[in-house]
Design a protein around this ligand. Structure first.
Ligand SMILES: NC(=O)c1ccc[n+]([C@@H]2O[C@H](COP(=O)([O-])OP(=O)(O)OC[C@H]3O[C@@H](n4cnc5c(N)ncnc54)[C@H](OP(=O)(O)O)[C@@H]3O)[C@@H](O)[C@H]2O)c1
Length: 258
C-alpha cells in the first residue's frame, strides 16, 4: 500500500488517478475535513500529530503537500518553513520508523539558475526562500537510508490556471502578454506521475531529476503551446518580468535539470 501526503495537490491528484486506473492500492491524505474517509486520512502539516497514520502500514510514501507559492515563502518564511521543512521532515521520520520508503518532491529552485542542465551531483545553492526550504528538507530527508529526492522543473498540464486563462483569451481573439525574461523547462504532469510510480516501485534511494530538455522563455513557450489557435502568433505579446512588482524576488535564469 502506498501513501500520498497531499492527495489534493495537482501531482497527488494525478498520481491518485493513475493508481486508480492501474488498480494499485493507495491512500491519499487530505486536510479538507469533508473529504476524510479511510482512503483519505486527515493530515494537516500545521499540526504535528497524525492519529490516522498510527495504524496504517505503507510500503512507500510520496510527499506532495507543501506551501508551493514562491511569493508566500518569501513573505511568510517562518510559517511556510514550519510546513515545508519542520512538519514535513517530522512526518518523514515518523513514517521511516514504520518502515516506509520515502520520496520527497523537490525543485530546480534548490539551484541558483546560473547554469542550465544541473546535475544531481551539483552542489545546491538556492537564491530564494522556497528553494532554501526545499534544500533544507532534502538534506534532512537524505538522513533516512530508505529515502529519495525527486527534483522537478515546471510541471505543465492543460488545466494549469495560467494556461487556461491564456487559452480562453486567445480563443476569443484577445491578446495575452508573456515574459521574455522568465524561463521554464516544461515537463508534463504525465511524465512526472510515471516517474514517481517507477521510483516507488523500485524504492531506489538517492537524488533524481526530471525536467524538460531546454529552458524557454514564457513567451516562446506560449507561442509554441498555442500554435494551433488561429492568430495566436499575433495575439501573444512580449512583456518583461523585470518591470513587475515582484522584482524583489529572485528567480533562477536557468531552470533545467539533467
Ligand atoms: N507543480 C510544479 O511545477 C512543481 C515543480 C517543482 C516541485 N514541485 C513540488 O511538488 C510537490 C507537489 O506540487 P503540486 O504543484 O502538485 O502542489 P500544489 O498543487 O500546489 O498543492 C500543494 C498541496 O499542499 C497542500 N498543503 C498545503 N499546506 C498544507 C498543510 N499545512 N497541511 C497539509 N497539506 C497542505 C495543499 O492542500 P489544499 O489542497 O487543501 O490547499 C495542496 O493540496 C510540492 O512539494 C512542490 O513543491 C512542484
Amino acid at each position: 500500500m502506498y501513501l500520498i501526503i497531499g492527495g489534493d495537490s495537482i501531482i497527488g491528484s494525478a498520481l491518485s488517478a493513475f493508481w486508480e486506473e492501474k488498480k494499485i492500492s493507495y491512500c491519499a491524505s487530505t486536510r479538507r475535513s469533508e473529504q476524510v474517509n479511510q482512503k483519505r486520512p486527515y493530515i494537516d502539516l500545521a499540526s504535528l500529530i497524525w492519529p490516522q497514520l498510527e495504524t496504517g502500514q505503507y510500503d512507500a510514501v510520496v510527499f506532495c503537500a507543501a506551501a508551493t507559492k514562491l511569493a508566500d515563502c518569501e513573505e511568510y518564511p517562518e510559517t511556510t518553513r514550519a510546513i515545508n521543512v519542520e512538519a514535513t521532515v517530522a512526518l518523514a521520520r515518523f513514517m521511516a520508523l514504520r518502515g516506509s520508503y520515502l520520496l520527497f518532491l523537490s525543485t530546480n529552485q534548490v539551484f541558483d539558475g546560473t547554469k542550465p542542465h544541473r546535475k544531481v551531483s551539483d552542489k545546491i545553492c538556492p537564491i530564494n526562500e522556497y528553494g532554501r526550504q526545499k534544500a533544507d528538507a532534502e538534506r534532512l530527508f537524505r538522513q533516512e537510508s530508505r529515502s529519495a529526492v525527486l527534483r522537478l522543473s515546471k510541471v505543465i498540464y492543460p488545466d494549469l490556471p495560467l494556461l487556461r486563462h491564456w487559452e480562453s483569451r486567445l480563443q476569443k481573439g484577445q491578446s495575452i502578454e508573456a515574459y521574455t525574461d522568465m524561463y521554464l523547462a516544461p515537463i508534463s504532469l504525465e511524465k512526472v506521475v510515471k516517474r514517481i510510480d517507477q521510483l516507488l516501485q523500485n524504492k531506489e534511494p538517492g537524488i533524481f531529476h526530471i525536467s524538460g530538455e531546454e529552458d524557454v522563455s514564457y513567451y516562446s513557450f506560449a507561442k509554441s503551446y498555442f500554435s494551433d489557435i488561429p492568430n495566436a502568433d499575433k495575439l501573444i505579446q512580449k512583456s518583461t518580468f523585470s518591470k513587475t512588482a515582484l522584482l524583489s524576488m529572485k528567480f533562477p535564469r536557468y531552470t533545467s535539470l539533467q
